[in-house]
Design a protein around this ligand. Structure first.
Ligand SMILES: [Zn+2]
Length: 69
């Protein structure tokens, strides 16, 4: 399970946000109240498709993956 807003992995789902993307239930979640609030704001502003600072922090780093090889 990945948080739709901050991309954190292995989250405990806080809220099902699937309906905001017209997705079937149980497909999209946020991990916290904070993420839910920020996501709703982003949907309102039309900025949800842009990267937010939280996502950048959780994106798998290429260098880290390369090191494992
Ligand atoms: Zn989150």
């Amino acid at each position: 399970m990945i948080c739709t807003h901050c991309w954190a992995t292995s989250i405990k789902p806080y809220k099902d946000v699937s309906k905001h993307w017209n997705n079937p239930r149980d497909t999209s979640y946020v991990c916290s109240k904070e993420c839910y609030k920020e996501l709703m704001q982003a949907l309102k502003d039309g900025t949800w498709m842009e990267w937010n600072s939280k996502q950048k922090a959780n994106v798998p780093k290429k260098s880290a993956l390369d090191k494992k090889k």
